[in-house]
Write a new protein. Structure first.
Length: 238
């Protein structure tokens, strides 16, 4: 059973026994003239919704005992590199961590809670979420997993993307307003990533590095990641 917190009441949550919570996360930041400021959160929210319609394992859809609870997206993330651009709102690291921890503590108190799956759409959140997930796991005995859409894209050859053609194509597929084809230039936000060296340069941060993935393959890999993590949480009856 799917429970969407934007349209279902709290009573719906009590009807099933095993519950996994889904939290889409993004950012509110500059994406050039090509995309909305909130596109990272819009992508993760709509990507999850697409998965719930097309990719989720059937035993969840057909079960009255297993629930997926979709939270509203968190539109704010860690974006200090874009704060000089109008429209960007960046949380500091401590506040971002506080939000995630307290969201986790709230949802984990739900009767029958099996785990929290965070789907992240903003690269600036990635390392913070990894650290926060470890803290929750070891400090609170937490059951939390993070799926990062840009890590999935990187497995398909895309090293870096900000308002690049792949992000434009993905946004269009999900019904998000876009302008043009995106930044086609090679971005210089990060250099020598494969050697573990990170060099930040805002001047040419729009664009991409690496290979632009095929959209259908990316979506397939996202579905596989979701089902794998969902299966781990629902099959473990601790």
């Amino acid at each position: 059973m799917i429970i969407d917190c934007t349209c279902h009441s709290g009573e719906s949550i009590t009807k099933c026994i095993n519950k996994v919570v889904l939290l889409p996360i993004g950012s509110l930041e500059y994406h050039g003239p090509y995309l909305p400021l909130a596109v990272d959160a819009l992508i993760t929210d709509r990507l999850i919704r697409k998965y719930l319609k097309e990719g989720v394992i059937e035993e969840v859809i057909n079960s009255s005992e297993k629930c997926l609870i979709l939270l509203p997206p968190l539109y704010y993330g860690y974006s200090p590199e874009w704060t000089n651009y109008e429209g960007t709102i960046s949380l500091d690291r401590e506040l971002f961590q506080w939000l995630i921890v307290h969201i986790y503590l709230s949802v984990s108190s739900i009767n029958g809670f099996k785990g929290l799956i965070i789907v992240n759409g903003h690269g600036g959140n990635t390392s913070l979420l990894e650290a926060i997930a470890r803290d929750i796991t070891y400090n609170y005995g937490g059951r939390i997993g993070v799926i990062d859409i840009w890590r999935i894209a990187s497995r398909l050859g895309l090293k870096y993307c900000h308002a690049c053609p792949f992000e434009i194509e993905l946004a269009k597929e999900l019904g998000i307003n876009t302008i043009g084809k995106g930044a086609l230039n090679k971005a210089n936000l990060r250099a020598d990533v494969e050697d573990g060296i990170y060099l930040y340069d805002r001047k040419e941060a729009l664009g991409y590095e690496g290979i632009l993935p095929k959209l259908d393959l990316f979506i397939k890999e996202f579905y596989i990641s979701m089902n794998k993590l969902l299966g781990i949480f629902l099959e473990n009856n601790k």
